[in-house]
Design a protein around this ligand. Structure first.
Ligand code: 6PG
Length: 246
């Protein structure tokens, strides 16, 4: 039986305070990455939780980030047009991308307008592997959120996508959510990240956080429990509500 996740758990009174701390840490990681290999590669998370972090990067930290050396990718995407309000790209565009001097060529959204979603998964895999050497992407930072059901990126409990061990990006059919068609990094792609940071807030996430961080890991029930960076660092940024059952 593998051991429970050994995570660096950081608990804050509010989403606002955890977002500020996570933004500070992100900037530090970016500066370190630039020193080490003259670029900072990040896979953004979607949903609502990271909005405050993205806004901070676009305001308080805008001037301390070397945006022309930042490469922005996504950890997952809903299979809707980029202007759709459900799009993770649209959320990042509204809160961050439209407010920072980042070259357009440094922003790599997942394609969501191809007729076949599998084609879009393959296309994004090619995009990623043109930026990284070797079989897996080594993002300097992977940002993840977590749903109340325990899903991370677009890896949902009991979904066959959790079993994917060879692909970097896979298509997901999740009838329980809207929209049901998604693209997502796979667990091995996430686990090859140099740093993986979860941002989770709200009492409604407390059960999922407890399942993810305690007891014997079970990716099918708690996908987050399978996030164990192979040579990277794992940090959970949570508020007191999300941590209230720990
Ligand atoms: C997505 C996200 C997803 C998100 C969780 C939490 O595409 O929706 O990538 O994994 O992180 O659903 O969403 P909230 O932050 O809105 O609670």
């Amino acid at each position: 039986m593998s051991n429970p996740v050994r995570a660096d758990l950081r608990v804050y009174p509010s989403l606002e305070s955890l977002s500020r701390a996570a933004a500070e840490a992100l900037v530090t990681l970016a500066h370190r990455a630039l020193e080490q290999h003259d670029r900072f590669t990040i896979a953004l998370s979607g949903g609502q939780t990271p909005r405050a972090l993205y806004r901070l990067l676009a305001t308080n930290y805008r001037a301390v980030m070397a945006w022309r050396k930042v490469q922005i990718f996504w950890g997952d995407e809903r299979y809707v047009p980029p202007e759709d309000p459900r799009s993770n790209y649209r959320m990042a565009k509204d809160t961050l991308l439209d407010h920072i001097p980042i070259p357009r060529d440094n922003v790599h959204p997942m394609q969501t307008l191809l007729p076949e979603i599998e084609e879009a998964a393959e296309s994004y895999e090619e995009t990623l592997m043109s930026y990284f050497t070797g079989p897996w992407p080594h993002f300097d930072l992977v940002l993840l959120g977590m749903g109340a059901d325990g899903h991370i990126a677009s890896l949902f409990p009991h979904n066959v996508a959790l079993e994917e061990e060879a692909r970097v990006v896979t298509a997901v059919r999740a009838p329980e959510v809207d929209p049901p068609l998604r693209l997502t990094l796979t667990l091995p792609a996430i686990n090859h990240g140099a740093n993986v940071h979860f941002l989770v807030a709200g009492k409604e996430k407390a059960n999922a956080v407890k399942r993810a961080l305690t007891g014997s890991p079970n990716a099918y029930i708690a996908p987050a429990s399978a996030v164990k960076p192979i040579q990277g660092n794992l940090v959970w940024w949570i508020d007191e509500g999300a941590g209230s059952l720990l």
